[in-house]
Design a binder for this molecule. Structure first.
Ligand code: NDP
Ligand code: 8X3
Length: 252
C-alpha cells in the first residue's frame, strides 16, 4: 500500500512543491493550509496522480488543529510521513523596534503550531512503531543574522525540537529529519515584508533556491532504505555562503 504523507503549508512554496513531488511517486497526500481555493485547486491537479485529502485549519488554533486531524477519513488516518512545513517570517526589525504581533505570529505558527500538529500525529506512529517526521527548519536555525532575532529563535527552537523528537522517538523506530534551506524563492518574502517592493528585491541579482530544489531533497530523505535516516540537511543556493553573504552579481 502506498505511504500517506501529511504536509502542512501545502498551499504555496516548499509545501506545494513537496506535494507535487510526492504525487509523482504515488505517495497519498493529506494537504493542509488555510487558503481553501488553493487547497481545492491543488487537490484537483494532484488527484490525477494519487489519492488526495485536504484539511483547512490554522496551526495556531490548538483545538481546530487536533479536531481537523482527528476528522480524517479512515483511509487517510495512518500517517506515515509528517512534513512540518507551515511557517513564515513576519517582519525584519531590530529587536528594539520589533512588533509584538509579528513575534506572536512566528512563535505561535513556527514553533507551537508545529508542536500541535506533531501531537496529533505522533501517537499513531508510536502505536504502529513506524513513521518519518520531517521538520522544515532554516539556515536561520543554525545562525543568527541582523534583525533576524525572533524568526531565528523560532527556527533554533525547531531544530531543538527535532533533536528532542529524534531522541524520544528512537525506541519506536521513527525517523526524524530537519531540512534547513537558505534563501528559497517562494511567497516567504511577501509574507515577511507584507507585500511590496522590498519583497521582490530579495531574490534579485542571483539564482535563489527554488521550492522544487527543496522538495527534491525532502523526497530523497523519505525514499531512503528503512535503516537510513537523514538527520539534518543544510542547503544553500550556490550564490549564498551563509545568512549574510550572498553574491548578487547577476544583472537582472
Ligand atoms: P510560503 O509563504 O510560500 O508558504 C508558507 C506556507 O505556510 C503556506 O502554505 C501557508 O498556507 C502556510 N501557513 C502559514 N501560516 C499558517 C498558519 N497560521 N496555519 C496554517 N498554515 C500556515 O513560504 P515557504 O514555502 O518558503 O515556507 C515554508 C517553510 O520553509 C516555512 O517553515 C519557512 O520558515 C521555511 N523556510 C523558508 C525559506 C525561504 O527562504 N523561503 C528558507 C528556509 C526555511 P496558508 O496561507 O494557506 O495557510
Ligand atoms: C528563510 C531564510 O535567510 O530569510 O528561513 O532566514 S532567511
Amino acid at each position: 500500500m502506498a505511504k500517506i504523507a501529511l504536509i502542512t503549508g501545502a498551499t504555496s512554496g516548499i509545501g506545494k512543491a513537496t506535494a507535487e513531488e510526492f504525487a509523482k511517486h504515488g505517495i497519498r497526500l493529506v494537504l493542509c493550509g488555510r487558503r481553501q481555493e488553493r487547497l481545492e485547486s491543488i487537490e484537483r491537479a494532484l488527484s490525477k496522480q494519487t489519492d488526495v485529502c485536504t484539511l483547512n485549519f490554522d496551526v495556531r488554533d490548538k483545538t481546530k488543529t487536533l479536531e481537523a486531524i482527528s476528522s480524517l477519513p479512515k483511509q487517510f488516518q495512518d500517517i506515515d510521513i509528517l512534513i512540518n512545513n507551515a511557517g513564515n517570517a513576519h517582519g525584519l526589525d531590530p529587536i528594539q523596534s520589533g512588533s509584538l504581533d509579528d513575534w506572536d505570529a512566528m512563535m505561535d505558527i513556527n514553533v507551537k503550531g508545529l508542536l500541535y500538529v506533531s501531537k496529533a500525529i505522533i501517537p499513531g506512529m508510536t502505536n504502529r512503531k513506524f513513521g518519518h517526521i520531517i521538520n522544515i527548519g532554516s539556515s536561520a536555525g543554525k545562525e543568527v543574522y541582523p534583525k533576524g532575532n525572533v524568526y531565528c529563535a523560532s527556527k533554533h527552537a525547531v531544530l531543538a525540537i527535532t533533536e528532542g523528537m529524534r531522541i524520544d522517538l528512537n525506541p519506536f523506530g521513527i525517523k526524524v529529519t530537519a531540512i534547513n534551506p537558505g534563501l528559497v524563492e517562494t511567497e516567504f518574502s511577501r509574507v515577511r515584508f507584507k507585500g511590496g517592493e522590498q519583497a521582490d528585491s530579495v531574490y534579485k541579482g542571483y539564482k535563489a533556491l527554488q521550492a522544487k530544489d527543496v522538495a527534491d531533497v525532502i523526497y530523497f530523505a523519505v525514499s531512503r532504505p528503512a535503516h537510513v535516516n537523514i538527520a539534518d540537511v543544510l542547503m544553500f543556493c550556490t550564490a549564498q555562503a551563509n545568512s549574510t553573504i550572498v553574491n548578487k552579481t547577476d544583472s537582472q
